[in-house]
Design a protein around this ligand. Structure first.
Ligand code: BGC
Length: 772
């Protein structure tokens, strides 16, 4: 099945129940608010295939690393974001029969809908029981983006052809496990349970990390909208509390259970406050009521959309996809807490442990720079600044100097569990340096360099200076034993991306060194002294820049991905029978490593980062060589190719790449949507539209656009914040219109010509025609 969901501009709709594909839909239907999140699991019992997931941001467990052959230098643990207290649970029994969609005689008119405009999840169906009783069920739930500790569920049941008795058991359950636990350990210990009529509370603490989480619940019951009194039986078991009660209900009347939850944790509160705060919040939520809470939440989502929506006319599938991506990004990270970051799967699954990867700097920072106030992307940079000491420890453990940021981390400590594929990906260090450059280039916030940027740049540069090795025969510096972004080549020498980005980091650090020395001498002097920065270091960095070695393919006048790349059999993806794809599911690892196929943008990723340093001809030559060899088996790949293809005028190719990134999860392109969504690559999809089709760049303190419109679109529009200005860019087949919605007059560049835009006076120009 290609189309998992109906095409709809604002909704993700599962039409009809897909028992065997439930995990895929659970991923699509995930909810989050930056503080906590949950997969689209059902509230009632479900015995079918499911991945249960409720996650609390920053609450993790250091699961002991599991590897085949322990090598010195391996981290002790792999951080896991934890499946936390199940607060969505409502057990339902209809006339004595447990409601379980996997066991029902028949399920009719099933729809599960993620409403992205208003920020909630809805589910409607009719269930037919063994004795042919038909019952309509309608459920709505959301996690509040207004009061982040709060969530609410409205669960309605209507008997359609009988008078019946419904038993409700709203509960909280701390008996949860992680599917990806390395040694089948339970990660939580119980602290306490409390139960009373209309109330339940469970407090759990993580083993080793001692994160304490309290969840409180209360509820109200209504018949046809009128609140009724119920006399529940209270249930208390190990890590579990519930209330059980029966409601007799007439045919065509509706009984509704509104369940409210509040979740607190000791990352923000004292232990002694957890219970009282959760109690207060949940009772307050109940007082406000489900509909009002939902309305406040929807209003907030509407405001979010006003600032960050992308509108596409003429291609509903593209419209749906881009909103799906933006929605999930904002559900994952909202930037209030610099200790938090963006896991590649966000709150939608366990894979990648919820940890931070280079994805943040390479993909997410640009998204937040344009769509949120600059403090939000700055938080992501401060996250790394705060982990600088840990990065220095990581480097010292390897016997190198300076700072080596981890490839996978929660707190700054490295916690990968694969050496060649993950750990050797040293390019993350340069991506972190690059994000500083990117942030300062975009915002103009030079002072960031003094407070945070320069120490990070200096320590990363120190790492590179001690990690390179000098080849006396060639009089060149080399970087050996790395894995570049292309994970289908491991432990290679002189990966171009790694060498170039390392050298660029040194160049940029020297540039910042000069800038601070000239413009901020007092602060600079303090920095030099606290960092112990020596002249010899600066000249050493310069020497490395001058003598960095880059592998080349002379006949084509391009850079080679790494030493020996051309020794490989040069087959193009188009020459492969498609039955071989995806390679990572069809070929042995040995065969993949021997082949020249490239998992994800590698040389091209470096060229994209340093786009301001290379001309079109250079980009085109490299694109022509690398794109036909790239299988894009990382979700992070097609967007980079889309942006470069757009820039060199390969519009058709750019659109093809866009389609691969935009609907990657919704169309289950890589056959892995069941274990969660590719949250970080969603930022790449956004970049494909704004940087690719829209041609947004910031060069020499000026924002530039170079838009074209894909053939199948009639119009698209996006917004971008830029240095206190809000711009609305609309591109149709005929015109490009740039409207200044907030801020003073702004001089910008469109198709290479400068214009000054003023509020209420949109700039309108003819749209560039597509070339290829
Ligand atoms: C990619 C990495 C990425 C990681 C997490 C891998 O498949 O190759 O570049 O950092 O996924 O998204």
């Amino acid at each position: 099945m290609k189309n998992y969901v109906e095409f709809n501009e604002w909704n993700i709709i599962e039409n009809g129940f897909h028992l065997g594909k439930n995990k895929i839909y659970e991923s699509f239907m995930s909810l989050g608010n930056g503080y906590m999140g949950m997969r689209g699991n059902f509230e009632e019992d479900f015995s079918g295939d499911t991945l249960l997931g409720t996650y609390v941001a920053g609450v993790y467990y250091p699961d002991k690393t599991r590897v085949g052959w322990w090598k010195n230098g391996y981290p002790e643990y792999f951080a896991k974001v934890l499946n936390a207290i199940n607060f969505r649970g409502i057990k339902i029994s209809i006339d004595g029969e447990i409601l379980d969609l996997a066991k029902a005689k028949k399920v009719k008119d099933f729809k599960r809908i993620l409403n992205m405009k208003d920020g909630y999840l809805e589910r409607n169906f009719i269930i037919v029981s063994k004795n042919d009783h038909e019952t309509k069920v309608s459920v709505k739930r959301f996690l509040s983006i207004d009061t982040k500790e709060i969530g609410a569920i409205s669960y309605s049941i209507t008997p359609l052809n009988y008078d019946g008795k419904i038993e409700f058991t709203p509960y909280l359950d701390g008996n949860v496990t992680n599917e990806d636990s390395n040694y089948d350990e339970i990660f939580w210990d119980k602290v306490s349970e409390k139960v009373a009529p209309l109330y339940g509370e469970v407090t759990m603490v993580t083993k080793k990390t001692a994160y304490t989480v309290t969840c409180a619940m209360t509820y109200s019951t209504l018949i046809d909208g009128e609140e009724i009194n119920v006399v529940p039986e209270t249930v208390i078991k190990d890590k579990y509390v519930a209330n059980t009660f029966n409601v007799s209900i007439k045919q065509n009347s509706t009984v509704t259970l509104n369940k409210y939850i509040a979740l607190t944790n000791n990352r923000y509160l004292e232990l002694s406050e957890l219970s009282s705060k959760a109690n207060k919040l949940v009772l307050n939520a109940k007082n406000i009521g489900f509909e009002k809470l939902l309305k406040t939440n929807s209003d907030k989502w509407h405001k979010q959309w006003e600032e960050s929506d992308i509108v596409i006319e003429g291609d509903i599938s593209a419209q749906q996809a881009i909103r799906f991506n933006i929605f999930h990004l904002y559900q994952t990270y909202t930037g209030e807490d610099s200790r938090l970051n963006i896991g590649p799967k966000g709150f939608t699954g366990e894979k990648y442990g919820g940890s931070t990867y280079w994805d943040t700097e390479a993909y997410c920072v640009p998204f937040y720079l344009s769509t949120a106030p600059e403090e939000i992307s700055k938080q992501l940079l401060i996250y790394r600044y705060n982990q600088l000491d840990k990065a220095k420890e990581n480097s010292a453990k390897l016997g190198t100097k300076g700072a080596l940021y981890p490839m996978v981390t929660m707190t700054g400590e490295e916690c990968h569990n694969e050496w060649e594929i993950t750990f050797e990906e040293l390019h993350r260090n340069s991506a972190i340096a690059y994000a500083i450059f990117n942030y300062v280039r975009y915002t103009g916030d030079e002072k960031h360099l003094i407070s945070y940027g320069f120490p990070v740049l200096t320590e990363i540069s120190r790492f590179w200076a001690s990690r390179v090795n000098y080849n006396t025969f060639k009089d060149k510096y080399m970087i050996l034993g790395v894995t570049g972004p292309n994970e289908y080549e491991n432990n290679v020498n002189n990966n171009w991306h790694t060498n170039r980005m390392a050298s660029w980091t040194l160049e940029y650090t020297l540039e910042v060194n000069k800038l601070l020395g000239e413009k901020y001498p007092t602060e600079y002097a303090e920095l030099v002294s606290s960092l112990g920065l020596k002249e010899e270091e600066l000249s050493k960095w310069q020497d490395i820049i001058t003598k960095m070695y880059y592998p080349r393919i002379e006949e084509l006048d391009i850079f080679a991905q790494q030493d020996g790349y051309m020794d490989k059999e040069q087959i193009l993806v188009s020459e492969l029978n498609t039955s071989n794809l995806p390679l990572n599911q069809k070929w042995s690892w040995d065969r993949i490593l021997r082949s020249g196929f490239i998992k994800q943008a590698d040389t091209l990723q470096g060229i994209f980062f340093l786009s301001h340093l290379y001309d079109k001809e250079f980009k085109k030559k490299h694109f022509d060589f690398y794109e036909p060899r790239t299988v894009h088996e990382s979700s992070l790949s097609p967007c980079v190719h889309c942006i470069l293809a757009s820039e060199i005028g390969y519009e058709t190719k750019a659109y093809e790449m866009y389609l691969r990134t935009a609907r990657l999860d919704l169309d289950n392109y890589n056959n892995d949507s069941d274990d969660g969504l590719h949250i970080t690559s969603m930022a790449g999809t956004w970049m494909s539209v704004v940087y690719g089709f829209g041609g947004l760049k910031v060069m020499d303190n000026m924002i530039e656009f170079n838009p074209f419109i894909p053939k199948s679109w009639n119009k698209y529009a996006f917004k971008t914040l830029y240095r206190g200005h809000l711009l609305n860019i609309t591109v149709s087949k005929e015109n490009v219109s740039i409207e200044l919605q907030a801020g003073d007059n702004l001089t910008l560049s469109v198709y290479g010509t400068q214009y000054t835009v003023k509020q209420s006076k949109p700039l309108t120009l003819a749209t560039k025609k597509a070339t290829v």
